[in-house]
Design a protein around this ligand. Structure first.
Ligand code: PMP
Length: 294
């Protein structure tokens, strides 16, 4: 999906990907000191629409502020440029990846300048559309006192890659990471919900990345009168759930069949997750009464 012929927004202008160059002395490449976002554009009944783009770009600004990367761009301008980028690439639906890189500096003081790159490509659901199998990871979520967990900083993803690699090598689709106290936190790049006795539960903020899809699910549940409780969940809470699902921009909402050898008893189509999944689809595709949900 990465064509060198694709248009990218690069340092204030639109250029073809093969006319860009990476600074070999940039701080981002050496230290993972950059910030990213993941946004989706949907081919809706009302044309191509970015889903909650302002929220994503505001979060990108916040990620940069939290670690000292300068962010001189206005959200409105970035949203506008993203629509132009989709247009230039003839993309009606897409995954959009903004990346803020820090400039040259081999010391560990923040580089003075930064650049923003926005790329976009057609991308199906990150974990497919079938139910997935997950495994409790031997790796923990990064310590929230080392790096703010709500900062979407590239370096954080080394831990996600290591955990995913470990789980997929054992034949699972995704890893579920615990926090430093042994409670269930989330998947390597998705948030987690479980259903028990017709109530949804999701790990409270603290060690998790508080996803925009997670927030959207809380809003949908509120509209649909589904109870959701944010609290600490133990591995036994997860294994003993009736059903479970993951949420994320790239993933959407995907049901989980089993965690390790514990198969969830509820038929996916009967779960609250399936109901929320339908509502989320309607919302992102701006179908039916989606306004009610926003
Ligand atoms: N957790 C992590 C670590 C992530 O990278 C993501 C994707 N950005 C999520 C959860 C889900 O967040 P969102 O719903 O905002 O895409």
């Amino acid at each position: 999906y990465f064509s060198k012929n694709t248009w990218v927004y690069f340092n204030g202008t639109f250029v073809k990907a093969d006319h860009t160059e990476v600074d070999l002395f940039g701080q981002s490449l050496h230290y993972g000191y950059s910030a990213i976002e993941g946004i989706r554009a949907y081919n809706t009944h009302n044309g191509t629409r970015l889903f909650r783009a302002e929220q994503h770009y505001d979060r990108l600004r916040r990620s940069c502020e939290l670690v000292g990367i300068s962010f001189p761009w206005k959200t409105d301008l970035l949203v506008e440029r993203t629509y132009e980028l989709l247009d230039k690439n003839n993309l009606r639906s897409a995954y959009i990846r903004p990346l803020v890189t820090a400039g040259q500096n081999m010391y560990l003081t923040p580089a003075k300048d930064s650049d923003i790159v926005i790329t976009a490509w057609e991308w199906g659901p990150f974990l497919g559309t079938d139910l997935i199998r997950v495994s409790l990871s031997p790796y923990q979520r990064p310590n929230p006192d080392s790096l703010p967990p709500e900062a979407k900083i590239s370096g954080q993803y080394v831990a996600s890659i290591v955990a995913t690699n470990e789980a997929t090598q054992r034949g699972f689709d995704e890893a579920i990471l615990l926090d430093r106290d042994g409670y269930v936190a989330q998947a390597s790049s998705n948030n987690l919900f479980i259903e028990k006795d017709t109530v949804l539960y999701t790990p409270a903020t603290g060690s998790i990345f508080p996803g925009i899809t997670r927030q959207t699910v809380l809003e949908i549940a509120n509209v649909l009168n589904i109870d959701v409780i944010e609290k600490k969940l133990s591995p036994d809470d997860l294994r003993g759930a009736d059903s479970a699902f993951l949420t994320g921009t790239a993933t959407g909402i995907v049901g989980i069949a089993a965690v390790d050898d514990a198969v969830f008893p509820e038929e996916w189509s009967d779960t609250l997750g399936a109901t929320i999944q339908r509502a989320y689809k309607n919302l992102t595709l701006e179908k039916e009464n989606y306004e009610v949900i926003i």
